[in-house]
Design a protein around this ligand. Sequence first.
Ligand code: PEP
Ligand code: MG
Length: 585
Amino acid sequence: MGGLRIQGIGVSEGIRMARAFVHRPHRHGANRTDVAERHRLRSDEVEAELAKLREAKNRCAAELDRLIQKAKAAVGEEQAGIMEGHRMLLDDPSFYPKMEARIREQLEPANLAVSAVFNQVAALFEGMNQPYMKERSADIRDVGGRLLACLLDPASSGELSGIDGQVILVADDLTPSDTVQLDPASVVGFITRTGGATSHTAILARSLGIAAVVGTGDGIDAISDGDLLILDGSAGICVSGPSEDEQTRYAGLMELEQERSRQLEQFKGRRAATADGTYVELAANIGSAAEAAAAVQSGADGAGLYRTEFLFLHADELPGEEEQYLAYLDAGKAFDGRPVIIRTMDIGGDKELPYLKLPKEANPFLGYRAIRIGLDRPELLRTQLRAILRASAGAKLKVMFPMISGLPEWRQAEQILMETQEELRSEGVPFDEEIEAGIMIEIPSAAIMASRLAKEVDFFSIGTNDLVQYTLAVDRMNEHVAGLYDYFHPAVLQLIANVIKASHASGKWTGMCGGMAGDPLATPLLLGLGLDEWSMEPARISRIKSVLSGLHRDRCEKLAEHVLSLSTAEEVRSALAEFTGSGSL
Ligand code: PEP
Ligand code: MG
């Protein structure tokens, strides 16, 4: 008999075996309301209570400053930004003045006022539709809990401590500030009851190299302190109390994993090339300048996709031209002459910006999103294009428009680009006059019209994440139809083949920055179809380089021809598996 299998969502890769350390935090704001004293203050106690709150806030701020420094050293500027966000929340007018007012006007003790205010705002965020906003409620509760802990227990630092040796941390939830304190040498993995793949906690786990499974629901209740656990951060599985057989099997898998990453190390410093000597462009998808530096370390030839909307999502107001200019220049400089494709902001869909006051929509992925916003509010696009163009004077940049559905949108976007260039010229501001401008192919209509579009654009980049959802009518966020979401569906493959062929016929090139580009099973097919550039999560680059190093272009072309004649995704998968397994690489 095997151990108990607990299923969750795998958000940070890696297999780990260690004892459970069950973390029952004493500090989260939501729960502290129950223990808060519910008496009213006398009016002569108010000033002392306000002073207590002020003191707690100062302690809390100092604690966060220390954590920001620690985060900068451990995981870099970008992730430290999460803690900086917490620090800003402390001073946010939605919180502190309201707590003071409750103490003064409702004669509430400070602890009750803190709980009430943070819980109210967190509940507001929890009620929002967008996963990104929902997940911000965890940040708010985190700051509330920290402030409350400083208030109730001034002697305690509240940090995760007492962890000895290597453990897998088990918790209801881990806040970003909990996560950033984790020492990857002792906390080798974690499993939580709640959480989603887009949370900051998941982002931090990946940066720290801690394997992680989140969103297990009640399954986690079966784990007790000290239980032996196996955690598989790719499959999203945790085995509690594994049998001897399971331990041996997973130990073997861990060894394989280590061996594989040792072997892949050799590819980091090399250019990607096939067995018959063709160089292949392997680039990284990045979301910030800090990630650009990490991508260079992973051996990327450039960035095939800079998702600039993350710059907008992390801010409280629209980042201005100067801030954007510096971000794009920094990313470009990190790549030191290798190209960085800056995609204009892809807001909308699941990415909402409260300060843009976007309309509520029944089908946001089919609605006001990406270039549609840019063309409707050209002042936003102009500011971004000015920033990109100015940065192109100091780094090798290309510009790319998302969600283009056909020629008119491309022409309007190009017109704004040309007007912006003219404006800079007349101001005497330098930029790269040769800068390439391309589009994402992620809407089926654009894929079908590729031959017309190819005559006008400099390049295409295929976004399979959206192309699949729009071609197959499968919401990429909906777990109930996740089984239908498949980039090996022959309809998707026909579109991809059409796009690549159309670009070549006009002397242009095609890249791919959707998830399919990082799938080793797809690599021979994409090579055979003639894809010119691959762009993927930096962690996948070495693996794809190693697959490419065993491929021959002519054999892959034959494979592609055969695959395009197949009728179902299942047939495609087995043909690719057979090709990969048969040694006909
Ligand atoms: C895509 O759609 O494949 C893509 C790369 O863009 P995003 O995932 O940001 O929508
Ligand atoms: Mg997309």
